[in-house]
Design a protein around this ligand. Structure first.
Ligand SMILES: Nc1ncnc2c1ncn2[C@@H]1O[C@H](COP(=O)(O)OP(=O)(O)O)[C@@H](O)[C@H]1O
Ligand SMILES: [Mg+2]
Length: 260
């Protein structure tokens, strides 16, 4: 579904991503792991169109999408979840789902002027869809809660819910488990698996929680120092000497903690 070919992204002298080639198979839940500073987030941002690569290409279903902007990729079903933006924190969960950009007739002014009835019907459909998403994620009790009152994990669920308002094909999740308690992480994990199995979503996720990765992901791709180290099942990569060395080696070179 996604092919990354010889991709590099430099920030001045920093080679954040260097000559990475990889494939993400349709229908997979692919894990992306590696020590801090490995280039994982940068790779996501290049694939999602946030950064243009220094060199290399990204293909979506065989189409070269390297030059596309995030909103164009979004329309093609390639989504990267984002934290709920500040201006949406005073909207409810339901409203946050309803404002996800789509082909909503109400967004086009001429429709508003000339076809008021259609806009109303359309808004009703969107509301219905948002309610479906809320049911799917089993957060009906939060429907009218303001986004700013949600816990970290509930916000992540809402971010996931936003991908369900459009026809997502592949969703990129960066550290979905960060700051999320165990119980809610399980709920998020179950939702991801159901979206994968029942709705055909492909996922690629960065995560530090290796238990979560082991439970969810096949295959797992490992990056270190901007490069792709290896790819395989969790068991394979866990026992790979280079991977072990990358984690230990980085532990010696850098102080812990600082996450870009
Ligand atoms: N916007 C940026 N400007 C300059 N350097 C950056 C930027 N983003 C990331 N980097 C650098 O690129 C390297 C990879 O970072 P990142 O992709 O965030 O790694 P990871 O997500 O694997 O922890 C790091 O050395 C980081 O400091
Ligand atoms: Mg990162």
């Amino acid at each position: 579904m996604i092919s990354v070919v010889d991709l590099s992204k430099y920030f001045g002298g920093i080679h954040a991503v260097e000559n990475v080639s990889l494939n993400i198979e349709k229908g997979s839940i692919t894990g992306l792991i590696g020590p801090n500073g490995a280039g994982k987030t940068t790779l996501f941002n290049v694939v999602a169109g946030v950064f243009k690569p220094t060199s290399g290409n990204v293909y979506l279903d065989g189409e070269d999408v390297t030059a596309l902007e995030p909103h164009q990729l979004f329309k093609k079903g390639l989504l990267r979840t984002f934290q709920i933006a500040h201006e949406f924190s005073s909207l409810t969960v339901l409203e946050n789902l309803m404002v996800v950009p789509g082909d909503q007739a109400g967004e086009q002014l001429r429709h508003t002027w000339f076809n008021f009835k259609q806009v109303c019907e359309n808004e009703e459909q969107i509301r219905e869809k948002a309610r479906e998403v809320i049911d799917f994620l089993e957060v009906s009790h939060l429907e009218n809660e303001l986004a700013r009152n949600l816990s970290g994990g509930q916000k992540k669920l809402l971010e996931l819910g936003r991908t369900m308002m459009v026809d997502a094909k592949i969703v990129f999740l960066d550290e979905v488990g960060a700051g999320v308690n165990r119980t809610l992480l399980k709920t998020i994990g179950t939702s991801i698996q159901r979206l994968n199995e029942e709705r055909g979503y492909t996922f690629c996720m960065i995560e530090h929680d290796m238990d979560f990765i082991a439970r969810m992901c096949d295959p797992v791709i490992v990056m270190a120092e901007g490069k792709l180290l290896t790819q395989g099942t969790v068991e394979e990569v866990k026992n790979n000497e280079e991977v072990i060395e990358a984690y230990l080696g980085t532990g010696r070179k850098h102080k812990t903690g600082s996450e870009a």
